[in-house]
Design a protein. Structure first.
Length: 117
């Protein structure tokens, strides 16, 4: 069973930075697609950034150029560096692991990120 433990969320002023981390307790981490998703009240969970096992990345248009996703396969950890934060970045951030090879999709419990204006 895959467990994902997120950390690094909190309250920050607009223009500030946060670094989110997600530690995965699984041996399939290095071959998995990792992602960060955001959910706001009344909306579905939406992709913020993803990173493939080989390191290629994708971003939502709203965060491209401000956020950077990265991974450390030795530490089984994926990161989301968030710079120049805006109030619109507020939401619950979830870490996601997806393995096509093993048919696994797993989510973290989510954590709040609040950007004040």
């Amino acid at each position: 069973q895959v467990q994902l433990v997120e950390s690094g969320g909190g309250l920050v002023q607009a223009g500030g930075s946060l670094r989110l981390s997600c530690l995965a307790s699984t041996s399939i981490f290095s071959s998995s697609i990792m992602g960060w998703y955001r959910q706001t009240p009344g909306n579905q969970r939406a992709m913020v950034a993803t990173i493939m096992s080989a390191g290629s990345t994708d971003y939502a248009n709203s965060v491209r150029g401000r956020f950077t996703i990265s991974r450390d396969n030795y530490k089984n950890t994926v990161y989301l560096q968030m710079n120049d934060l805006e109030p619109e970045d507020t939401g619950i951030y979830y870490c996601k692991l997806q393995s096509m090879a093993y048919g696994v999709v797993s989510w973290g419990n989510g954590m709040q990120v609040t950007v004040s204006s």
